[in-house]
Design a protein around this ligand. Structure first.
Ligand SMILES: [Ca+2]
Length: 352
């Protein structure tokens, strides 16, 4: 509707330009200038319209953006801070670049929209060299809020959606992916996030994104509409979204809370959230298309997302004992076999 209105007003402008130009009896160069000016005006208008169009669907009650007035202490604020998280004029710092810190920011407002888009502007930066930093941050839409735990500063066995910007390769022997790695997981309250394997056993999809110490602004976009969950990233300053994961058949209950959390361990980084902007999507639905009640997050055909996790190879000591016990086992079997054989032999001889 908004788009249609803006198109009409653009058309009117265009008509008035086309009407005015011949009135001046201009030569070719002047006509071209006139045309150029008209295009400039129309283009700038359409960009502004697009921004207005987007802002119209911004849901402020679920969004975190500058200026962060009263965030974390005012009763009118819609967000709570936790752990080491602190607010500056430019960002919400979840953890500083120091060891063993945990911080989070959580929305106070339960979320009930059906079709939505979340744009997260974040910054991860620190002194340490690549792969000697950690651990990353997570974006959440979960049943529980304000919990401490081992999953990037939130509880394990969570219920809901987790998006992880993992900056440290714990399963570094695999070398199957470059870090930072961004991935998605849907928790049902019993699934466990496996830190040692960087969440591979439960991940729905993901991609490498060079989002640490980036010279450009870094963004994640999560879109959920008609049971389809899409993850996109923009980390290389091109101002365009790159596909990261796209999962269909996702069933996500409502009434959950948005949050962002982070943790450092032996390794550290500054983990900052600059904004989390939630937009409502207008989606056409057939009238008979009634949404069924979803109580537990789930994905249809989860088998297709199972990531095979290979067991790590044996260490030297493990190998030695395995061989030793195998030889001893074989020896015992041989002795038992021989005893049985001789007993049978002696019985046979007695019958002769
Ligand atoms: Ca990791």
């Amino acid at each position: 509707m908004v788009a249609a209105v803006s198109r009409c007003s653009d058309l009117d402008l265009w008509r008035s330009f086309c009407f005015l130009c011949p009135m001046f009896h201009l030569k070719n160069v002047r006509q071209l200038t006139c045309l150029f000016a008209a295009v400039c005006v129309l283009t700038s208008r359409s960009l502004a319209d697009e921004q207005d169009f987007q802002e119209e669907f911004l849901k402020r009650e679920y969004s975190l953006a500058k200026p962060y007035r009263g965030l974390g202490f005012s009763s009118s604020s819609q967000w709570d801070l936790m752990g080491t998280a602190m607010v500056t004029p430019d960002h919400v710092r979840l953890t500083p670049d120091l060891q063993s810190r945990q911080g989070a920011v959580w929305s106070r407002v339960p979320f009930f929209l059906r079709d939505w888009e979340l744009k997260v502007h974040f910054k991860i930066h620190g002194q340490a060299k690549k792969n000697l930093n950690g651990d990353g941050l997570a974006i959440w839409l979960t049943k529980d809020r304000m919990q401490n735990g081992p999953v990037f500063g939130n509880m394990n066995h969570f219920t809901g959606l987790g998006i992880f910007v993992d900056t440290y390769p714990n399963a570094d022997k695999r070398h199957d992916r470059a870090f930072p790695y961004i991935s998605m997981m849907l928790g049902n309250g019993t699934l466990s996030y496996d830190h040692d394997y960087d969440g591979r056993p439960t991940e729905l999809g993901g991609c490498t994104a060079m989002a640490r110490n980036a010279i450009y602004d870094t963004f994640i976009l999560v879109r959920y509409s008609k049971h389809r969950l899409t993850l996109m990233v923009d980390v290389d300053g091109k101002r365009e979204w790159k596909d990261c994961a796209d999962i269909t058949g996702v069933r996500l209950p409502t009434g959950y809370f948005f949050g962002a959390s982070s943790a450092t361990g032996d390794l550290s980084d500054n983990h900052d959230i600059i904004s989390m902007k939630l937009y409502e999507l207008t989606v056409e639905r057939a009238e008979e298309e009634e949404e069924e009640e979803v109580t537990i997050p789930s994905v249809d055909n989860t088998d297709q997302f199972q990531v095979e996790v290979e067991e790590e190879g044996m260490s030297g000591v493990q190998f030695f004992f395995t061989v030793l016990f195998s030889i001893l086992g074989l020896g015992v079997l041989a002795v038992v076999g021989l005893m049985v054989y001789y007993r049978k032999e002696s019985r046979r001889k007695r019958f002769y």
